[in-house]
Design a protein around this ligand. Sequence first.
Ligand code: NAD
Ligand code: UD1
Length: 336
Amino acid sequence: MTILVTGGAGYIGSHTTLELLKAGHEVIVVDNLSNAKPESLKRVSELAGRAPVFHQVDILDRPALDKVFAAHRVDAVIHFAAFKAVGESVAEPLKYYKNNITGTIVLCEAMKAAGVKNLVFSSSATVYGENPNPPFDESQPTSATNPYGWTKVMMEQIFRDICVAQKDWNVVLLRYFNPVGAHESGRIGEDPTGVPANLLPFVSQVAVGMRPQVKVFGNDYPTPDGTGLRDYIHVVDLAIGHLKAVEKLTAKPGLVVYNLGTGNPSSVLDVIRAFEKASGMKVPFEIVARRPGDVAASYANPAKAQAELGWKAVRGLDQMCADAWKWQSANPKGFL
Ligand code: NAD
Ligand code: UD1
């Protein structure tokens, strides 16, 4: 297939581009490099032994998108391009609504004009909002607690409406739990700008000596060790989930939703211990107050993706930490 990947130079996009190339697909990457460096695609090409086509284009730029669609016969789109920082979305909601929602609408208009009807969308477990009863399955109600989360809830609705109006469109919404880790080569990985807000990149930077200690946000949750439980998923398992989803897009016409998670939650202290084991480094931490907006526990019921896509996450927490460490220690400053 010829697959157009928006945001394909970013963290999850680069790992997915690699798996698509390895599986023999042609890949067209569209990315404006607002949160990525060209080096990531250079390394993807090295690992795959061949390169994706790259267009440095903003998805808000309809004429530029039209040119990309005119230049290639695209079978399907995998749509990663978005802003994703929760805190920033609270401070600058319009920036998030414009990029994530308007960007998606412009992309869909360009697809419609080009006659492209197949799309895989990056949604998030954040759409389960403050639902207190994990494991979450796809039929549970959705909501959000911040503008970033609302962009995902709203875009899911937009795709639902498109599929009602356009019976020949096929859309898969993938709700990722907590993507972590890196390709086993250590050549590509997550390259956050500034202070990482998410646990795993923060722990990696403490282990490599860039930061003194991890702040554990609360140990009084109703969980086995009192710290928050999350469903961490290896980014390569996640990338393979996209490969399966795009290859099966037309098997189930219309709109389909899948959780991509392991179903096995880990606590903050589990992650710190696993990272110390994987890296051989000490990860000092202190317990501080809860982070506003955090839920005690969030993890997937991943059964639907297994039954319908034949996909299951196979990499455990130890491998996630080992691969994150390999990437972090070989690239302490990320992609230069
Ligand atoms: P990322 O920031 O590494 O990748 C996003 C890419 O999109 C970047 O390369 C950026 O340059 C590009 N981009 C952003 N706006 C663009 C625009 N207007 N035009 C063209 N390119 C644009 O983030 P990621 O972690 O790889 O996330 C990918 C997707 O998965 C996002 O939609 C994100 O919301 C979603 N998601 C991520 C997580 C996570 O924890 N990383 C969890 C759930 C869902
Ligand atoms: C965050 C986002 C969520 C997004 C998800 C996956 C927030 C409020 N939510 O959720 O929208 O979908 O990432 O990208 O940012 N923790 C610490 N110390 C730290 C960082 C985190 O103790 O320095 C704890 C948190 O309290 C939580 C766990 O580690 O219990 C995981 O945190 P994080 O990696 O930020 O992911 P989420 O909270 O799931």
